[in-house]
Design a protein around this ligand. Structure first.
Ligand code: ACO
Length: 325
């Protein structure tokens, strides 16, 4: 039984923070950020929460797929920044959508989360446990960023991206044809956050640096450029494809230079690697579905094309998914 993406949706907070705004906050420059990362601006959630953004992205994905919330059987939200421990973000999204018949739960694999959620949904559907799912990557990373640390605060943005997936009918060539995922817990210390402050409910003094993101940027960079191509090659093997058979690579938008390096390692033209990093920064688990939604709505991905999704994140986690659109 095949599993294919039938609809996409995205949601971004209203507030935009530019590199020039960041120049006023930390010792950095627009030029440094653009050259080292490819980013110019990002959206920052002020009142928008993870479930709010996730629910909006889901509504758009459902509309795009021509489905209603009542038809949804599974909701998985990939997030590491939802503001309530309980209930999980997916149950809150279920409530906001009125998707009363869905199973709902969260996955935390940081920026790799969307691919982990997609893989999980794939197995649920392939096993016959359900027929469809809403998969969401949603983050308000600005809540756990140290806004005095120029090494991290310039990188991240907030947002949500969602896809509606369902089982395909016999003879339909669209769907997932290769998946690979993995974790390197031994490298967990290069990117971590011990906890988080719940806005408005925690004393300010508890908001110590322990509750913010710590990152060894160059180690994360080295991990990504080494591990992502390996992971993509595994998904290609499973799909019995060569790297150049893929029409579009939708990669986690962490850093333009990381994406360029991966394209070079795979010996694939960089033109096949669309990016939206300039406008949204690194939106963690939302980055792949947000870009996918842009490409889908603008007609840059069309039926029958071969698409590769791949990303990595804190943990460290990594994944890749090859599909026929
Ligand atoms: N503005 C100006 N200078 C800066 C800034 C800044 N915003 N940030 C760091 N620098 C300085 C450093 O202090 C350092 O100065 P020094 O040479 O005087 O010590 C210099 O720039 C070089 O620093 P590096 O860290 O070596 O710079 P690098 O070229 O590696 O770029 C970056 C840093 C952009 C963070 C890069 O390493 C990177 O993108 N890493 C991957 C990060 C990533 O993808 N994280 C997300 C993972 S996904 C998830 O799960 C959240």
């Amino acid at each position: 039984m095949g599993v294919a993406i039938r609809g996409t949706g995205g949601a971004l907070p209203e507030k935009i923070l530019t590199n020039f705004d960041l120049e006023k906050m930390v010792d950095t420059t627009d030029e440094w950020i653009r050259q080292r990362t490819g980013m110019k601006e990002r959206h920052i959630g002020e009142k928008e929460t993870v479930p709010y953004l996730a629910a909006n992205a889901c509504r758009r994905a459902l509309e795009n797929a021509g489905k209603t919330a009542e038809e949804v059987e599974l909701i998985i939200v990939a997030t590491c920044t939802t503001e309530m421990l309980l209930p999980c973000a997916a149950c809150r999204v279920q409530n906001m959508l009125g998707a009363k018949d869905a199973i709902a739960f969260d996955i935390n694999a940081a920026c790799g989360g969307f691919l982990f959620a997609l893989n999980t949904a794939h197995h649920y559907i392939a096993s016959g446990a359900c027929k469809n799912a809403l998969i969401v990557g949603a983050e308000v990373l600005s809540e756990i960023i140290d806004w005095t640390d120029r090494g991290t605060c310039v990188l991240f943005g907030d947002g949500a991206g969602a896809v509606f997936v369902e089982e395909t009918e016999d003879g339909d060539p669209s769907g997932i044809i290769g998946m690979s995922q993995g974790s390197s817990g031994m490298m967990g210390k290069i990117l971590y956050c011990r906890g988080r402050v719940v806005k408005g409910e925690t004393e300010p003094e508890i908001n110590s640096e322990n509750l913010l993101v710590h990152m060894q940027g160059s180690e994360v960079y080295k991990f990504a450029v080494r591990q992502v191509p390996v992971c993509i090659n595994k998904a290609l093997d499973m799909a019995k494809l060569e790297a150049n058979d893929i029409d579009i690579y939708v990669l986690h938008q962490a850093n333009k230079r990381i994406i360029e390096s991966i394209a070079k390692t795979l010996k694939v033209d960089i033109e096949k690697f669309p990016m939206n990093i300039e406008k949204v920064g690194n939106t963690s688990s939302a980055s792949i579905p947000l870009l996918l939604d842009e490409l889908n709505r603008s007609g840059q991905i069309v039926k029958g094309q071969k698409v590769m999704l791949s990303g990595f994140g804190a943990g460290m986690t990594f994944g890749a998914c090859a599909m026929v659109w």
